[in-house]
Design a binder for this molecule. Structure first.
Ligand code: S3P
Length: 446
């Protein structure tokens, strides 16, 4: 056992056409931020559609430890009574973030902006992930790293700034997590905190801060980048948050419907934020039949019902600059690519190596186990599409990574032989109802 609990193996079986309408859970990025914004606002933040996955529950627990009063009032419906900026309590115990990179990194920024000390820890996967990318800018803002595991990893203890220093920071990689940690820290700094990114990453933090009343602007920077300027020490006012359905979770039934012959499904209310839908762009280039039935605004984000039908896909070249808008979707794109005709080249995947697992290697190993030829060249993954006849029969190691587990279970719905994963338990971090939802569509699991 790699994570101290019973591993839960699961097999997916070649299935008949997938049909029906489903709604996937709330967006994970927005759900984490809902807890944080609620914590940093005096008064009651009412949240609906919250993802009740383990990662988000860890953020809720951390927000409570920092002083928020948080109540679940119904399915997906939560009330957060926060502390406001500058008045967080020092937590008496370690903040344990489990598997959650986003929650832990964003909360380091929150804590860093306050004169309190906190210890961050997580599971064996989180303990491998780099935190130096967050600690570097936070140190410039006045944060002291009291101790950290080798290589700037958790468990680590930080002493937040006594007087937070506003900085201008150019992020070394396009990462919404780095950007957000700096902005959350900058909330308690006098003056302007500026983050410059060479490629635009997801903008939920900026949008939600603006919605809660912060003065924050975003202007273009270079060909694909942004310059974000936040005025510190705003008075945030509580606003209702309606969390839209997560496009990164929608990706799994979407690819499943594309590769299982005869499928025709509708995925309701999927968030269509342009910085999140690189997968849909890519799949359409591959020939996917994905139709937007009703594009509208919900909870401040564009959403659409997506009709997805089985499609004959062809291989494409995916440009590196698209990576930030589909960063979590490469594993399932690799599965779609296996069922396409011809080669799919995914360029610039270096960030995949530092996700919940080394996803580049985990995907490559999973493809190999199921008879799909591919190669890694530098940071690029090239998959030889076999157009439909995937042997399957492989047993895939998931390395405590929910998206590796879901991607290969999707493969198994269309491969000739069952595809097994060694552990599906981590699916609960982001998509607790994945198996029942896919079963309702007609997917077969054992
Ligand atoms: C996230 C940002 C992404 C993504 C993660 C969620 C966020 O990470 O992979 O699942 O909510 O800010 P990076 O910004 O580090 O690429």
């Amino acid at each position: 056992m790699s994570h101290g609990f019973e591993m839960q193996p699961m097999q997916a079986r070649k299935s008949g056409p997938l049909t029906g309408r489903v709604r996937v859970p709330g967006d994970k990025s927005i759900s984490h931020r809902a807890m944080i914004l609620g914590l940093l606002t005096i008064g009651e933040t009412h949240v609906t559609g919250l993802l009740e996955g383990e990662d988000v529950l860890r953020s809720a627990a951390a927000a409570r430890a920092l002083g928020a009063d948080i109540q679940r009032v119904g399915p997906g419906e939560w009330r957060v009574n926060g502390m406001g900026i500058g008045t967080l309590l020092e937590p008496s115990e370690t903040l344990d973030f489990g598997n959650a990179g986003t929650g832990s990194r964003l909360m380091m920024g929150v804590v860093g902006g306050h004169p309190i000390r906190a210890t961050f820890d997580g599971d064996a996967s989180l303990r491998k992930r780099p935190m130096g990318r967050i600690l570097d800018p936070l140190r410039k803002m006045g944060v002291e790293v009291i101790e950290a595991a080798e290589g700037n990893r958790v468990p680590l203890t930080i002493q937040g700034a006594r007087e937070t220093i506003p900085i201008t920071y150019e992020t070394p990689v396009a990462s919404a997590q780095i950007k957000s940690a700096i902005l959350f820290c900058g909330l308690n700094a006098p003056g302007e905190t500026i983050v410059i990114e060479a490629e635009a990453s997801r903008d939920h933090t900026e949008k939600m801060l603006a919605y809660f009343g912060a003065e924050i602007t975003s202007t273009p920077h270079g060909a694909h980048g942004r310059r974000i300027t936040l005025k510190g020490q705003p008075e945030l006012a509580p606003q209702p948050i309606a969390v839209p359905a997560d496009p990164s979770s929608a990706a799994f039934p979407m690819v499943a419907a594309l590769i299982v012959p005869g499928s025709d499904i509708v995925i309701e209310s999927v968030m269509m934020n342009p910085l999140r839908i690189g997968l849909i762009t890519t799949l359409r280039e591959m020939g996917a039949r994905i139709e937007e039935l009703d594009r509208r605004i919900e909870g401040g984000e564009e959403v659409a019902d997506l009709r997805v039908r089985h499609s004959l896909l062809k291989g494409v070249d995916v440009p590196a600059e698209r990576a930030p808008s589909m960063i979590d979707e490469y594993p399932v794109l690799a599965v779609a690519a296996a069922f396409a005709e011809g080669e799919t080249r995914m360029n610039g995947l270096q960030e995949l190596r530092v996700k919940e697992s080394d996803r580049l290697q985990a995907v490559a190993d999973g493809l190999k186990a199921n008879g799909v030829t591919h190669r890694i060249e530098g940071d690029d993954l090239i998959v030889d599409g076999l157009s439909r006849n995937i042997r399957g029969g492989g047993s895939v190691k998931t390395h405590m990574d929910h998206r590796i587990a879901m991607s290969f279970l999707v493969m198994g719905l269309a491969a000739d032989r069952d595809v097994g994963v060694d552990d599906m338990s981590f699916i609960a971090t982001s998509f607790p109802d994945f198996i029942p939802l896919m079963t309702r569509l007609g997917g077969q699991f054992a």
